[in-house]
Design a protein around this ligand. Sequence first.
Ligand SMILES: [Zn+2]
Length: 313
Amino acid sequence: MICPICNYGAENVNALQLLNLIETSTYYCPNCGLYFRSPLPSQEAVYRYYTSRYFRYSENIEREMARCQGAFIIQQLQDHRVDLSQINYLEFGAGRGWVLSHLKNTGLIKSAIGIEPDNLSVQWGKENLGVDLKTGMLNEDLLVEIPSKYSETNVISLIHVLEHLHNPYEILGLLRKDLKPHFLFLEVPDAEYEGPVMEIDTFPWSSMGQHFWSFSAKSLCLFLEKQGYQIISFEREGNPHYWESTMERLSLWKTYFSLNEERYLYGDLNLRDVLTANFNLMIGSCLIKIKSLKAPKQTRLDLPIIRILAKSK
Ligand SMILES: [Zn+2]
């Protein structure tokens, strides 16, 4: 498989059932560090999936995440001498509208509008945060009406959205082409840390919400430049140890299943070995649990991420 970003040969690293919708494979590009899945479910299936999911973290976590993201946007625009009072912010996949609320409450920008596929989140955000949220899914159909409906937009925001898109090239290409010169704010999980998890996590119970793409710093910068954006600010944040206990847990289960499967396939499955494998799994799980109790508590705020502010060329 050819890497869609740098055209280098990508390696097939596993096969899995993605979102419980399709049998697919994960590929890794050793040149730019991109992880991607192919084939992907149909756009209709993805649309149905995301319009029926009411996903959220706790209010405190979401508020704090929004504060970090909002602060980055404001700070970077200010550093680039942008007149904030003329900023019309448009966010796709805006969730319950925490970033909109943060930006609105600074009183610094002209307007903030969000579009979100999940109607329950939209209702909650309107009622509880008083933000301007509309229901809609980021796809080619929606983008047809964006330039006329939101012609004054000059900051586009995609926060943890790019990795869920069926066709990020087309979407970003359309945004860049059809909208007036604008800034683009992106936040995605960092593939340097998330990628190894995608490599070993092929369990059906983890299938919910899995990403189609995982961008490394290099692949994301290449991708944006190819799409006609100039990167003006870039940062990586999060705890590099965030995924460690998940990786340990997944590896333990992986070993357990593959050992038993191997024995079964070779007709070598006996009660003593199964009991030993179960015992090892139990001890391993307990050790991971004890270790995690001693480790500092992590939250979603510790997830390693990449944040970028870019400008359409
Ligand atoms: Zn590549």
